[in-house]
Design a binder for this molecule. Structure first.
Ligand SMILES: [Zn+2]
Length: 68
């Protein structure tokens, strides 16, 4: 599995990591970017990057980070 580069949070500059979420009811899997340490920053990035694939979530996040 290739490593996906994630840009740091544009809000706090903190490190972010890729998370996986699976619904027990529907089996629906989604991926999103989240802070390594969520208590350092109030910026709600999870909702900005939620996607069905890791690559898509990473693309969304990195675009977001570019725009500030
Ligand atoms: Zn942040």
């Amino acid at each position: 599995m290739s490593k996906i580069k994630l840009k740091p949070c544009p809000f706090c500059g903190g490190e972010v990591i890729m998370m996986r979420s699976e619904s027990l009811e529907t089996g629906f899997v989604s991926y999103y970017v989240s802070h390594n340490d969520p208590f350092n920053c109030a910026y709600e990035i999870r909702q900005q990057s939620a996607s069905r694939t890791i690559q898509e979530a990473a693309n969304k996040w990195n675009r977001r980070a570019d725009n500030g």
